[in-house]
Ligand binder design. Structure first.
Ligand SMILES: Nc1ncnc2c1ncn2[C@@H]1O[C@H](COP(=O)(O)OP(=O)(O)OP(=O)(O)O)[C@@H](O)[C@H]1O
Ligand SMILES: [Mg+2]
Length: 349
């Protein structure tokens, strides 16, 4: 077990600045999830921790060792990729045992670790099969098993579930969380999946263009995003952002009881914090929305509409919405759910 410390880590590919100075302390046993748009540097950062990519500047420590110049095999980490890269000519058992045999682990120890991993991941029945005789989800679990049997100081995951169907993803997500809790092994996990990020992470790191935009618990990032970038990146559907200049045009109104911070340029409201405002009087925010589309997503519906100046807005209603297309409906929000940003996109208050 080990903490991982990144100190002003940088990566240049030729003239491309892929990582522009990232500093992050990952505590022992913590699961940190990296999120951010495609190309923001998530895989690069993970591969630098693993030692698969050289670093252009800064320092990486695992445990109490600076690992900048250590080979991947000397770093005591296990990595799980999206394309699980199992050895096709070996059985599942041989795939799991391979790394351990190379380290001269005693046979009884190998058998014990394989039995433990097989039980946790429910791959016991496939141990004597070759990878091609398995489904995608089963292969993914074997890849996970190969990392687990190593009992490394840290796990690195790069979108390990992205090839799985929705049901299996949920199942594996719960399983990873349970395993990580019981093994208490420091982990860095990259995903595109909001639910995966929110539910797995002890802390979330939002990357944007090779820099850290914000670090915090999922709930901190959701409730107090530091920037409009984080505000729109965390949460689905995205937070609505409204230009303050539109208020002057009568597009929407804030209660006079709200004391606006100076320099406020943008108002943010999450779709789930908006409600149909038929009668409610203590709303801090009011607007009329012309409905363009309604999406029913099971227990709730998302209503997509526009303000009279054409600005898009999304709000949630519980259950099946009865709202008709082209109808104009009043919606509102309470004061605590309002977010204010300046013209640089930085949070105010
Ligand atoms: N070997 C390479 N040579 C040159 N540029 C690279 C190389 N690998 C990555 N890059 C660039 O570095 C940046 C970060 O890439 P990276 O793969 O880390 O992104 P990512 O956040 O993992 O994206 P995705 O979500 O699409 O997987 C991108 O602009 C990419 O084009
Ligand atoms: Mg990537």
């Amino acid at each position: 077990m080990a903490k991982i410390v990144l100190d002003d880590v940088r990566k240049k590919y030729g003239t491309v600045d892929a990582i522009k100075g990232v500093s992050l302390d990952i505590t022992d046993g913590e699961l940190v999830v990296l999120v951010g748009p495609s190309g923001c540097g998530k895989s690069t950062l993970l591969r630098m921790i693993a030692g698969l990519e050289s670093i252009t500047g800064g320092k990486i420590s695992i445990g109490n060792r600076v690992v900048n110049d250590l080979e991947p095999s000397e770093r005591d980490i296990a990595m799980v990729f999206q394309n699980y890269a199992l050895y096709p000519h070996m059985t599942v058992r041989e795939n799991l045992a391979y790394g351990l045999k190379n380290r001269n682990t005693p046979k009884e120890e190998i058998d014990r670790r394989i039995a433990d991993a097989a039980k946790a991941l429910e791959i016991g029945p496939f141990l004597e099969r070759k990878p091609r005789q398995l489904s995608g989800g089963q292969r993914q679990r074997v890849a996970m098993g190969r990392a687990i049997v190593r009992e490394p100081a840290a796990y690195l995951f790069d979108e390990p579930l992205s090839n799985l169907d929705a049901k299996l993803r949920v199942q594996m997500r719960v399983e990873i969380k349970r395993l990580q809790r019981s093994l208490a092994t420091t982990s860095v996990y990259v995903t595109h999946d909001q639910m995966e990020a929110m539910t797995l992470a002890d802390r979330l790191v939002v990357l944007n263009g090779g820099r850290i935009e914000q670090v915090g618990t999922p709930i901190e990032l959701y409730e107090r995003p530091a920037t409009t970038f984080v505000a729109t990146f965390i949460g689905s559907p995205s937070m609505n952002l409204l230009a303050m200049s539109a208020a002057a045009g009568g597009q929407w109104a804030l209660s006079h009881t709200i004391s606006l911070p100076p320099d406020v340029a943008t108002l943010g409201i999450r779709p789930e914090d908006l409600h149909l405002a038929t009668g409610a009087v203590d709303d801090a925010f009011r607007m009329d929305v012309k409905v363009a589309a309604v999406e029913l997503v099971g227990a709730e519906s998302y209503v997509h509409g526009t303000l009279s100046d054409g600005a898009p807005i999304v709000f949630r209603v519980a259950g099946r919405s009865r709202i008709a297309i082209d109808e104009v409906v009043p919606i509102g929000a309470k004061a605590p759910s309002l977010h204010f940003f300046d013209n640089q996109g930085a949070r105010l208050m």
